[in-house]
Design a protein around this ligand. Structure first.
Ligand SMILES: Cc1cc2nc3c(=O)[nH]c(=O)nc-3n(C[C@H](O)[C@H](O)[C@H](O)COP(=O)(O)OP(=O)(O)OC[C@H]3O[C@@H](n4cnc5c(N)ncnc54)[C@H](O)[C@@H]3O)c2cc1C
Length: 805
């Protein structure tokens, strides 16, 4: 075994082998993989091998697509059979909610150019004659899906990895990881130590144990999963064509052909966590004991859908452990707060995703940036709240719902609350219906009395609509209060702070005390990294605010780029400072009455920051907001939040001050064309393609400048536009294809209903020739094309007169 490597990949399951294979294939020398037993001996060897394009997330779907493309050519490349069968797959629907979900997936898949179509129950029956289609409404059909031999793909990739120079060590266990004095990693194994630059944690079931070796806690717990292979079925033997994989999500089952029979897999109503406190190190290649009583109801579901199963005996029941994370998606990418340590674990559908993630993660490690936006699987989407206990409670809810209707607004109660601002009880009293954002309880909307205290999740307008409308109108006409204490806040100080921040953002860091600047951070290619606002407190001291969910992501990026000479100091202020947004035409009067100090337009102009007493609390108040009204962001010590709140409420009484929620904020920001992080601002877009091009100052040096200079020279190929859609009951949301006639010319990045302008709005990227206001296009929502027109941005208060009033 080598003692020095560039990268050590821990784990020889499908994921680790794929990462090693791709790193070696793309040219890295000294790639070493360590596996404590045989390759595949964790979850991989037991997997059913289903490989489909389906995923509820646009970017995860791309990972699946990449896997399938890779598996299809692996045998030719390596000579190792991977058992790929193109079978096609069907996902059925038996209720309106599921039909909406399929509509969402259909439209999202069309953005990706996937071969997918609707199928009627008659067509389903034709595709799978053994199926009872009773009660079904319709389905989606992907003709190019298939299945693969999990052992075959892993072995093929290991052959490929070795051919490209990687070293694969089996029967070698990683026992600890340290940092050397020269900042490399020292990986200890039972066969000796290896010094390396990068470590990848692909330890599957043991991912948390390997993370703990470097002091990290990651939310990943094993649960038992069962699938049943039936005895040979004549009707299958007699066929000359493979039967498609069927997912009947409303019965929480999948069925596919295996040789001369069928496999039935199921996600039962209650997860059986397996060794939740930690999988024993010596576990390898062992099936778990079947518990037929536990899965009996779901076997019944299978027999209902495939009556032939009722007449056929079980050949084998496979039960094996799979890792589950709080939302079922994996934990990938740079491990906060470490340098050169990556996760590639937490996989529940790791065969489907191994090929793709090996490709994308290898690119991320080698180039420093991911080729596609992998935020939906980035381990930093979770903060410290997502610990073992959180996940232990959360997966009790997630596992039985792995096949539940996918929506964006199904706010589950499980494992909540975690983080609450002091104002929480007051919000509750005022009728708040909360969502959880990065562990924080935040009101989505406020309802009156006891009705509508739960949102009806779905892709169509729902019972929240009228409340959000009222909140937006109230902010427009009077004054509203929104708690945004969850903002990620970072104080940057020191003699080198200004120069360093100027390198970190394309914007010029404000040069005068009390000035505020929207300051996007970009990656090395010039694409959006983070949405940051910088306030200069005084020379050498800056207050930086970024999106709450991006806290670890953004602060990690800042930390990784800090100069080593101590000239810049970084301090996390997130949990010490609260933030209230006070917005609406009467907000100045409320602030004037609640506090001490001159808040007139002359004394406190737009885009500046002042220290003001709000009641007895000294606050730092920014005159700016994300909803496009006269308004303020009031940052305050978190321990004084109730004092600040009471001062505002008591002053706000005569102006009818009311709280509003996240949904109203989102509706209003769409009307203003304000971009959202990871929607408009993601790794696929630069500021030059957006209405924030003015923040780019090419006359200074900053990370990403070369990319922007090139783009400026070459010209942009896409531009952000605002579209007004003729929607009836479902607004665009994001990942909707934008059509010019029959041709898809772009995709929405977000959308919703603008209650102040009373229009259905989408933001999205299209080629420059479609950006002129008045251009007629179509936006496909839930599988239905809606007429849409490009309008000049912003739709609401285009001259910013209200904000600057
Ligand atoms: C019954 C069943 C059916 C399934 N069906 C499907 C399916 O149809 N489609 C699908 O996509 N997925 C399926 N899965 C899930 C899939 O198997 C997993 O998501 C996938 O195998 C995870 O791969 P992995 O490489 O991350 O982890 P693992 O396969 O668990 O591999 C991790 C490896 O790391 C090694 N390791 C851990 N710690 C150390 C250490 N300290 N030192 C050295 N080595 C270490 C382990 O020995 C192990 O080999 C199924 C799983 C089961 C159990």
């Amino acid at each position: 075994m080598k003692t020095q490597a560039r990268v050590v990949v821990i784990g020889g399951g499908a994921i680790g082998v794929s990462v090693a294979y791709h790193l070696a294939k793309y040219g890295w020398q000294d790639v070493v993989l360590i596996e404590k037993h045989e390759l595949t001996s964790g979850s991989t060897w037991m997997a059913a091998g289903n490989c489909s394009f389906f995923h509820g997330n646009y970017y995860c779907t791309q990972v699946n697509m990449k896997s399938i493309a890779i598996y299809k050519q692996l045998e030719d490349e390596t000579g190792q059979s991977v058992g790929w069968h193109t079978t096609g797959s069907i996902r059925t629907a038996d209720n309106p909610g599921r039909m909406e979900e399929l509509g969402y997936v259909y439209s999202m898949n069309r953005c990706l150019g996937l071969n997918v179509d609707w199928v009627t129950t008659e067509q389903i029956k034709e595709l799978h004659p053994l199926m009872n289609v009773e009660g079904l409404t319709a389905g989606l059909y992907w003709p190019d899906d298939g299945d693969v031999d999990p052992n075959g793909i892993t072995m093929a990739m290991s052959i490929g990895a070795k051919r490209h120079g990687a070293e694969i060590n089996t029967h070698t266990q990683v026992t600890g990881i340290d940092r050397t004095a020269s900042n490399e990693w020292l990986v200890h194994t039972d066969k000796g130590d290896i010094t390396c630059e990068y470590v990848v944690n692909a330890a599957g079931l043991w991912g948390p144990e390997v993370a703990a070796m470097v002091g990290l806690e990651i939310p990943s717990i094993a649960g038992e999963h069962s699938h049943i292979l039936f005895e040979a079925i004549d009707a299958v033997v007699d066929r000359d064509k493979y039967l498609p994989l069927v997912r009947d999500p409303d019965r929480s089952i999948y069925i596919r052909q295996e040789m001369d029979s069928l496999i039935l897999g199921l996600y039962e109503g209650k997860v059986k966590q397996w060794n939740p406190k930690g999988v024993p190190w010596d576990y390898a290649q062992t099936e778990l004991q079947p518990d037929i009583d536990h899965i009996a109801d779901f076997i019944e579901h299978g027999i209902h859908r495939f009556p032939i199963m009722g007449e056929t005996g079980f050949k084998h029941v496979t039960v094996g452990p799979i890792t589950y994370t709080p939302n079922g998606d994996p934990l990938v990418g740079p491990a906060y707060p470490l340098r050169n340590f990556f996760h590639a674990c937490g996989y529940s559908f790791g065969i489907t995703q191994a090929g793709g993630i090996g490709h994308y993660l290898a690119g991320w490690i080698m180039n420093g940036e991911p080729e596609i936006d992998l935020w939906s699987m980035d381990s930093r989407r979770y903060g410290s709240y997502a610990n073992w206990a959180y996940n232990h409670e959360k997966i009790e809810d997630t596992y039985p719902r792995l096949y539940a209707v996918i929506t964006w607004n199904d706010w589950r109660d499980a494992a909540r609350p975690n983080r609450t601002a002091p104002i929480y009880a007051h919000q509750k009293q005022a009728g708040a219906v909360f969502g959880d954002y990065y562990g924080w309880e935040c009101p989505n909307y406020f309802c009156d009395g006891s009705s509508d205290t739960r949102e009806n999740p779905g892709w169509k307008r729902n019972n929240t609509f009228k409340y959000v409308a009222a909140e937006c109108r109230h902010v427009m006409n009077s004054v509203g209060l929104l708690d945004l204490s969850r903002f990620a806040k970072t104080r940057i100080s020191g003699p080198g702070a200004e120069a360093w921040l100027n390198r970190m953002t394309c914007q010029k860091v404000p040069a005068a005390d009390g000035r505020i600047a929207l300051s996007p951070m970009l990656d090395h290619n010039g694409n959006f990294k983070s949405d940051m606002t910088i306030t200069r407190i005084k020379a050498g001291e800056y207050f930086c605010v970024t999106a709450s969910v991006g806290k670890r992501h953004d602060q990690h990026w800042l930390m990784e780029n800090l100069p080593g000479d101590g000239s810049v100091c970084m301090e996390d202020m997130t949990y010490r400072q609260g933030c209230f947004v006070l917005a609406g035409p009467r907000s100045r009067e409320v602030l004037a009455k609640a506090g001490y100090g001159d808040v007139s337009n002359e004394a406190f102009p737009f885009g500046t920051c002042r220290e003001i007493y709000v009641g007895r609390t000294k606050c730092r108040v920014n005159r700016m907001n994300y909803v496009g009204e006269l308004g303020y962001e009031i940052f305050h010590p978190i321990e004084s939040q109730i004092a600040v709140y009471e001062a505002l409420v008591s002053a706000g009484g005569e102006f009818d001050l009311k709280m509003f929620g996240m949904y109203a904020m989102d509706s209003m920001r769409l009307e203003k064309g304000y971009m959202a992080w990871k929607s408009e601002m993601n790794v696929h877009h630069t500021p030059l393609e957006t209405n924030a091009a003015w923040t780019v100052k090419l006359d200074k040096d900053f990370i990403g400048r070369a990319g922007l200079e090139k783009q400026k020279k070459d010209g942009i190929s896409r531009q952000l536009v605002c579209l007004v859609c003729t929607a009836e009951d479902a607004d665009p949301w994001g990942y909707n294809p934008i059509f010019n006639g029959e041709q898809i010319v772009g995709m929405t990045s977000s959308g919703g209903y603008g209650h102040r302008v009373e229009k259905s709005i989408a933001l999205g990227y299209v080629p420059p020739e479609f950006t002129a206001p008045g251009t007629k296009l179509e936006v496909e929502v839930l599988g239905k094309k809606l007429p849409a027109e490009v309008v000049s941005m912003p739709l609401y208060d285009p001259k910013n007169e209200r904000m600057k009033a």
